[in-house]
Design a protein around this ligand. Sequence first.
Ligand code: SRM
Ligand code: SF4
Length: 574
Amino acid sequence: MAHHKPLPPQGPPSDVEDIKVRSNYLRGTLEESLLDPITGAISHDDNRLMKFHGSYMQDDRDLRNERQKQKLEPAYQFMLRVRAPGGVVTPEQWLVLDGMAQKYANGQIRLTTRQSFQFHGILKWNMKSSIREVNDVLLTTLAACGDVNRNVMCNPNPYQSDVHGEVYAWASKLSQHLEPATKAYHEIWLDGEKVLPTEEEGKEVEPIYGKVYLPRKFKIGVAVPPSNDVDVFSQDLGLIAVLGGDNKLLGFNVAVGGGMGMSYGDPKTYPQLARVIGFCRPEQVLEVAEKTVMIQRDHGDRSVRKHARFKYTIDDRGIEWFIEELHERLGWKLEAERPYKFDHNGDRYGWVKGNNGKWHLTLFLENGRIKDEGSARQMTGLREIARVHTGDFRLTPNQNLIIGNVTTQKKKKVEALVQEYGLTGGEHNSVLRKSSMACVALPTCGLAMAESERYMPDLLGKLEPVLAEAGLGDESIVIRMTGCPNGCARPFLGEIAFTGKAPGKYNLYLGAGFAGDRLNKMYKENIGEEEILSTLTPIINQYAQERHDGEHFGDFVIRAGIIGKTYDGTNFHD
Ligand code: SRM
Ligand code: SF4
């Protein structure tokens, strides 16, 4: 296979590669670590493996200094991520997750940007019970994190019930097909029968991943135009559903090599947009995904983890190289891409009637945090809804929640519970707020350099009057914040975005496409709230005065010459 570009030399494998090889298919010494009564922590190596099982060890950063003063070990606790393809769960599953949050976690549920559930604050001693309860209702935490394919995202489409059904079925099949095959998860968490290493040796234990798994995490998302809510161009593998005239699924446009994460001061790291390389029929999509994952397995950088994502594998060699390699492994060629058009990447709130005659309610849950606080008793409200609801719950890619497939008979009851518990379809929230996302960051995320989820609501409160005064109160502007440049709320696809630099300081980015089809670019570095407001106010006013009819903010700042256009991540830092 001809390389189209000279490749940078690869150094020796990183320490994580060694941990994976030695782990005996993700077992390591996790069982012993979990039982060690001396500490609430687990060993460094086991913590790397723990991710594959859906959990990260963390400590409460709000308590760090105080505990250090008292000479106590950090307040070790675990974050647990539960994945369900496309974020669809039943009311019964909801109730179990709710119960788990109360019993073992901090009493809250956090809906994520990839349609998963996160629980924070679980103590080591309760991890096994937590994971078992999740599995008892046929959900899993396996491969929610780690160097494997993560939760497969899928447009939750409340409008076209039949299309959702079909596309969702493919998302589920993809998820299942790419799940790690090791029995370690069952052994450790579910007391499954121990499979002796010798029994596994010789057989292909992990036919897709092999012994060392992938060089890095891998992400798949399925979009149904005109909605690009899954931010399909941010995925390692993005699939764009192509529908025929009768709304039948014809297949998928295939896009590869997107991603968000970067590191400050390292221009070799950058966010990138996935590129559409062709079209496949529905029954070909598992093979396309499998071969794509295997190409990354064989060619991804196993030396420098910062450079190990699929986007770099492709960019270093050229997209033509990838297409050739894929076609060779498939033994057939993708068809030419089909036309498609996205017009937004946000959620549409409130009630809609699906074409199956059932009702769907999209609730606005700011930054995906579900809790009981003051008069807004979201946690209790959703529990009460789950007790009467007979349809499904669907997590959206923007950290919100759809109460799906509500019968006409139940609609009144659900609406009454929504009112009673202070839940909302966003009627009283500004359009700006409803177009916002912020990552978790402090106090749980070990990588956060600044607040995000806990600060964004305040900052929005200061931007809302600026927009209202400019007469832009009804204008949707995609606005996103993260506590560091890893990009967990897909900030580089925000028309306005902030990434944390230091406590109270952010980099400001402008100019992404409203439909998630263009990256933004840094406009100002390391600024605090005052400068954020004094920078954005005149730009917003100028937008109000000079914009063309229907022109989105991200497009305007480019036309007005305020910021450059970025369609290719390799130009992101220019
Ligand atoms: Fe993320 C790491 C939270 C979506 C890119 N992410 C983390 C960790 C686990 C921190 C850590 O490694 O110690 C965060 C846990 C915080 C906490 O306390 O809960 C974390 N990421 C999240 C979530 C919960 C953010 C949210 O507010 O919803 C999202 C969970 C998704 C899920 O359910 O699976 C989340 N993370 C994303 C996304 C968005 C997406 O996938 O669509 C991205 C950017 C897309 C991408 O991958 O390119 C993302 N997270 C990262 C990265 C940077 C990866 C890279 O390529 O460099 C890290 C750091 C790392 O992996 O080293 C990271
Ligand atoms: Fe943590 Fe950074 Fe991800 Fe926010 S973007 S959750 S701060 S890793």
